[in-house]
Design a protein around this ligand. Structure first.
Ligand code: ZN
Length: 206
């Protein structure tokens, strides 16, 4: 599996129609959690965030919001942001453009947000432009991957990816999912503790 834990600046500049980090010099970090709501992982994340008075952004899958509406409500009630992550985790390099747009619009019935993150980071230039220009979405990517989705990765390495590569304004990806659980549940508390001690604050995206 190939991925970069840290996205190089030249790459994000080449793809500047999408958001890769928040331009700030303040000690602020933007945690994001993809693929929920999940009955145990999301609840764990919310409890952790609360302990540190941290805010985050949850890129939810429409069908998971339908399955766990009470957890989705809790995300909103606790002051976090949500974003659209399609209805059923549609792959932008496999789905036809109209199927992809349909999946986004289905999810938008349950997720009221102008933030969108493409599953797998895969989106065609045509769809990306349409979502931005016609539907006023902000496409949110990331500059730091915890890589918690990588089942071959040690949980310690997952934490290290975030501790090592995050800087002011970083958008950090975790997953509130079964697949990422072992690594996310280890790394997230470490990340919250370390950066809180370093006087960073955790904010949600707008
Ligand atoms: Zn995803």
């Amino acid at each position: 599996m190939f991925y970069l834990p840290r996205i190089p600046l030249w790459f994000s500049k080449l793809n500047s129609s999408m958001v890769w980090h928040v331009p700030t010099k303040e000690k602020e970090l933007y945690l994001t959690f993809d693929d929920g709501p999940h009955e145990t992982a999301t609840v764990f994340v919310l409890d952790q965030l609360k302990q540190y008075n941290a805010k985050a952004t949850f890129f939810c899958i429409g069908k998971n919001v339908l399955a766990h509406p009470e957890i989705y409500e809790r995300i909103l009630n606790e002051g976090h942001a949500t974003g659209n992550h399609t209805f059923d985790h549609t792959n932008g390099w496999q789905a036809k453009n109209d199927e992809y747009i349909h999946s986004v619009s289905e999810a938008s019935k349950y997720i009221h947000s102008n933030l969108f993150r493409p599953p797998y980071g895969k989106i065609s230039p045509f769809v990306s432009k349409l979502l931005r220009k016609e539907l006023a979405y902000k496409i949110i990517m990331w500059d730091v991957l915890s890589a918690d989705f990588d089942e071959t990765l040690a949980p310690e390495k997952c934490a290290e990816n975030v501790l090592l590569y995050s800087k002011p304004g970083s958008i950090i990806v975790f997953h509130d999912s079964t697949k990422a659980w072992e690594r996310m549940s280890y790394a997230l508390p470490k990340v919250l503790k370390y950066f809180t001690e370093q006087r960073f604050s955790f904010k949600s995206l707008m």
